[in-house]
Design a protein. Sequence first.
Length: 378
Amino acid sequence: MKRTLIVTNDFPPRQGGIQSFVHGLAARMPADSVVVYAPAWPGCERFDAGLPYPVVRHPTSLMLPTPGVARRAAELLAEHKCDTVVFGAAAPLGLLAPRLRAAGAERVVMLTHGHEASWARLPLARSLLARIGRHADTVTYLGEYTRRLLAPVIGADRLLRLAPGVDTAAFSPEVRPGGAAAALEAELGGGPVVVCVSRLVPRKGQDVLIRAWPWVLRSVPDARLVLVGGGPYRGRLERLVDRLGLRGRVRLTGPVEAADLPGYFALGDVFAMPCRTRLGGIDVEGLGIVYLEASASGLPVLAGSSGGAPDAVLPGETGLVVDGASAGAVAGALVELLGDPARARAMGERGREWVGREWSWDLVAARFTRILGAEPAP
Ligand code: GDP
């Protein structure tokens, strides 16, 4: 039987899009066909004990392509009789590919995300990415935006699409807020709610949502904004809420447990994350899986036109895409959605149907199996 070693810096219990993506792929492979090599993270012993396949933890919280990591990965390849290596992210650990080929790997697959697409725009990083890609049989990409950036660097013939799936059973219009989300719902007062779920970092645009809120309130006085997620920007955002006199109308929940997350989407009538590209194109959205989670939850979405975010929206059908840097544009789109509940509901229904058809984990798992089994490049 074919066995796969997944070498990845991104793996739960650390939270984030790539972590969920890699875990979602591993969870859908036959348990005796996969071994994961990932960094240690608080709570990892308990997390790993619940998995049906082995996870070997590196002692520190970050793995770099050093001789020590290469040696350990080669040992695991031999010990578990793996013939295939998957790098959870091509950059930078894909640099280990030649060493693992020498140790017996017959097939090397590298996943890419938003950051590899950013590397493709920077002169030095681009040549490193090209070097990494030369050692892969297949490099995966998230969507049209990242494919366009990666193709000239990696070579179009090596690229295959692989984007994360969405758990449409967990994220569903049937879910009701529970626990702390239910308590929050009671405090919100019954008006329409816009919810944003994301890490609190400048690119995701929670600041623009807050700045847009006084304009939204002029048209929809009882509207409330709920910002779910944690991150380094939290203090700045709290101060912005205070400065604009929005306390009570804008609520920040902090990070929430994965099991509670669908209940927070369920608080919303509209989902909004007006992400924007920063730092001259280096800090950019790769896909924005949260838009798909929101669609699966039956919500219309408001997305920012950053990078691959529009790949996760059917503009005018499942939601609206606006310039995430413009508080005026964001306010206008929110007022439009809040002011026409029938259209907003129809967008949510269309989104749920689209995600079920195009973004299910069953489809993604079948695609991944094909990618793993494909013939090695000549
Ligand atoms: P990324 O963080 O830039 O990779 O953004 P993505 O939108 O690609 O992925 C973020 C993932 O993290 C999505 O699956 C979110 O639902 C999830 N997420 C964001 N904030 C939280 C949180 O507070 N708790 C939990 N459990 N998940 C979160």
